[in-house]
Design a protein around this ligand. Structure first.
Ligand code: UTP
Length: 297
């Protein structure tokens, strides 16, 4: 019988330099879309997909993240006393139960593959998910849940994939497609940030993965890849050679790259417009702002 996916790794040890100076003192994952930190979107998605153990790979300066998940007894008391049940509910949803969250340190930012490898002892011998909080995906069915359901049929390794504009493809890990079955593609190769002339397709890997523990063994060699970093893509590519069980999954949903300023702004607008309590006022503002900007050009 296939093992259920109950553990997820959240690599949050990167330096977040694209958001300096904010990230000098605030972890990127605490930045908010409207009023919810990026990390909370990722946790909610993981929980909806059946994840029970949440493993954070952190680094120096990420203490605010650990505090974020703690109980806040004073605040709870105060909201309770004032009968502010809606706010209390929101607060309690951000509090993690004792023992369901674990932190491991990545001492040096040596790359995403290295960050995932740092969690190897907590994964042991079962499939696991990896979620990059930078990628926020608005969808009816949470994307990790879409992938867990697909994994029940395929087993093996599944990476979330989406078509990107050919001129942007070189910023991603790209899939070399063996067989295109629609939402699922079987994969015969994978390459991280190739030169445009070496791109095998424009089907790009984005930040959701379901992986087998063999990937962690593949990372043991600590080989450096693109950009001098230890790349998760390379460890997955090795698994294609070893066991031929890697699939790309075209998810349903709108993905925002919140690791970039433009993507973060787009997500802020989209999530702001989607909020019933804000949309009317926000839309009026946006229309006016765009019109006056156009007029000034
Ligand atoms: P990025 O490539 O976006 O790097 O990492 P970054 O440091 O977060 O941001 P910039 O580019 O400096 O602005 C993708 C994901 O991998 C994690 C990051 O935290 C992010 O979630 N990561 C990356 C690590 O945990 N460790 C690393 O060594 C590298």
């Amino acid at each position: 019988m296939k093992k259920r996916v109950t553990k997820a790794i959240f690599p949050v040890a990167g330096l977040g330099t694209r958001f300096l100076p904010a990230t000098k003192s605030i972890p990127k994952e605490i930045l908010c879309l409207v009023d919810k930190p990026l990390i909370q979107y990722a946790i909610d998605e993981a929980r909806d997909a059946g994840i029970e153990e949440f493993i954070f790979v952190t680094s120096r300066g990420k203490g605010a993240l650990e505090d974020y998940f703690d109980g806040a007894p004073q605040l709870e008391q105060s909201l309770k006393a004032k009968g502010k049940d809606d706010l209390l509910d929101i607060l309690m949803k951000s509090t993690m139960d004792s023992g369901e969250i674990a932190y491991v340190r990545q001492r040096e930012a040596l790359g995403l593959g290295h960050a995932v490898w740092c969690a190897r002892r907590l994964i042991a011998d079962e499939p696991f998910a990896v979620i990059l909080t930078d990628d926020v995906i608005a969808s009816e069915k949470p994307v990790l849940k879409q992938m867990v359901d697909a994994h029940e049929n395929t087993g093996g390794n599944i990476v979330a994939a989406m078509e990107v504009a050919p001129n942007k493809a070189s910023s991603y890990g790209l899939l070399d497609i063996k067989e295109d079955m629609g939402s699922l593609v079987s994969v015969k190769g994978m390459v991280e940030k190739p030169k445009p002339e070496d791109a095998p397709s424009n089907l790009a890997v984005i930040g959701r993965y379901i992986l087998t523990p063999q990937i962690l063994n593949n990372l043991d060699t600590q080989e450096r890849g693109a950009g001098g970093e230890i790349q998760l893509t390379d460890a997955i590519a090795k698994e294609i050679e070893n066991s031929d069980n890697v699939y790309g999954f075209r998810f349903e949903g709108q993905r925002y790259d919140c690791g970039s300023k433009a993507g973060f702004l787009q997500a802020t607008v989209a999530y702001g417009l989607a909020r019933g309590d804000l949309s009317a006022e926000f839309m009026d503002f946006l229309v006016e702002a765009v019109e006056s900007r156009r007029a000034a050009q």
